[in-house]
Design a protein around this ligand. Structure first.
Ligand code: GLY
Ligand code: MN
Ligand code: MN
Length: 429
């Protein structure tokens, strides 16, 4: 791992919060993600399952976490099962967690090797009535492979068919949506690394550079600051490409007069940051670019001012839609008549701003959290309005990550240039 070790107090707290939610006499079992294959003997880089990470800090494949708060023996309340390591195995496999290191990372005292899992579980499972298992319940998840969770679920149901099974995901969604202080610090670090990337590219960008060169500058800056890299596939979209919402080819030359929309964020310690900036390739906004940019910036500021404890995300999005409607009317991109006759399900402003304004962010870029309950202090959201005007090859989106507090918000990206003058000054320094 490139990141600095996280205090185990975070994971101890996270488990205690979960314990309060489990029914009496319950065992919860969480799995690491699999290492995904590519071709031949190739594999993708390992990415830990966010739920086992949230509860243990263990960032290693083939790990299982068993939680049994009412276990007859104290030592069985929390157990980690890890891939065996010793000095011989380490020669081939590299560093894996020893039992002592696993305790330091997680605060869990009982650590067994993975080969003992089935035997140990059997000694415990009949003391419990309920088994909590995990599944990816993200609203937009599209999972086409059999995950480690799905495989484990099949095995468990076959082995222990008469227990009562429960879903752990709804509890983890609620818990993970409210960030602890240690998590905010990690997210701030991710945002600060992103900020360093912004500083670097604002000095680098000029007409003639390739989009992928900008991507490379960012990756360089992220890696040298202990990030594993991008939290998601970056969008470096110049000119018309900025109007293609999921453009990730990043293979075109940046032209004089283009605006460049760049949506990227560093990850740090598995936490994501998510930023978008739209800047003029030549370092100077035209009057038209300023006009559209200012409209997006007004909506961004307006949206931040109403994203407070108590509001629900659907109500918030309706209000932000009104703000965008007003700006598009001023720009004469839509007319009062279009607004008067609009379909309430797809209002007129959607022609130029067709995506949502905010999503939860945390261990996942599009993090888990309720889309029906009022938002709370401790939630972290993106705020990301945009205007995409294909006829003018102009796509502008602005995006910062903000922490909701009791009375308002803290902008975790407040030091990153955003105002027109700040961007021009940084590009021409
Ligand atoms: N970069 C993904 C998003 O902005 O939601
Ligand atoms: Mn983004
Ligand atoms: Mn986003």
């Amino acid at each position: 791992m490139k990141y600095q070790q996280i205090p185990s107090s975070l994971f101890i707290k996270n488990r205690q919060k979960l314990f309060k939610r489990l029914k009496p006499n319950s065992i919860a079992i969480l799995n690491s993600n699999d290492i995904m294959p590519t071709n031949a003997d190739g594999t993708m880089l390992f990415r830990q399952n966010n739920d086992i990470f949230y509860l243990s800090g263990v960032d290693q494949e083939e790990s299982i976490l068993v939680l049994f708060p009412d276990a007859p023996q104290e030592k069985h309340k929390e157990i980690l099962f890890l891939k065996e390591t010793n000095s011989e195995i380490a020669i081939w496999e590299g560093d894996k967690l020893s039992k002592d290191q696993a305790f330091e990372v997680s605060g869990i005292k009982t650590v067994y090797w993975l080969q003992d899992f089935e035997k140990v579980l059997r000694t415990l499972v009949y003391e419990a009535e309920n088994i909590y298992l995990n599944d990816n319940e993200h609203l937009r998840a599209k999972v086409v492979v059999e995950t480690a969770d799905a495989r484990f679920r099949k095995w468990c149901l076959e082995e222990y068919p008469l227990h009562n099974y429960e879903r752990i995901a709804p509890h983890l969604h609620e818990l993970r949506a409210i960030k602890e202080k240690e998590e905010i610090d990690l997210m701030q670090t991710a945002c600060d690394i992103t900020a360093k990337g912004v500083d670097r590219i604002l000095k680098f960008i000029k007409p003639g550079v390739m989009e992928y060169e900008i991507e490379a500058e960012l990756m360089h800056e992220f890696l040298r600051n202990r990030s594993r890299g991008f939290a998601y596939s970056p969008i470096i979209a110049s000119g018309f490409n900025a109007c293609v919402l999921h453009y990730i080819e990043n293979n075109q030359e940046v032209k004089d007069g283009d605006m460049i929309l760049m949506d990227f964020g560093a990850e740090y310690a598995n936490y994501a940051s998510d930023l978008t900036r739209s800047i003029p390739a030549n370092g100077k906004f035209t009057a038209r670019q300023k006009e559209v940019y200012s409209a997006v910036l007004n909506v961004m500021k307006g949206a931040m001012s109403i994203l407070k404890p108590g509001i629900t995300l659907p109500d918030y999005h309706v209000q932000v839609g009104k703000m965008m409607e007003e700006e598009l009317l001023k720009l004469k991109l839509i007319t009062q008549e279009e607004v008067a006759n609009q379909d309430p399900e797809w209002p007129a402003y959607k022609k130029y701003f067709m995506h949502g304004t905010s999503h939860y962010i945390g261990l996942d870029v599009h993090d888990v959290g309720s889309w029906t309950q009022p938002i709370s202090a401790g939630n972290v959201f993106t705020v990301e309005p945009g205007i995409y005007f294909r006829a003018e090859n102009l796509g502008i989106r602005l995006e910062n990550d903000i922490l909701i507090t009791e009375n308002g918000y803290i902008d975790l990206m407040k030091d990153i240039p955003l105002e027109i003058e700040e961007i021009e000054a940084a590009m021409n320094a």
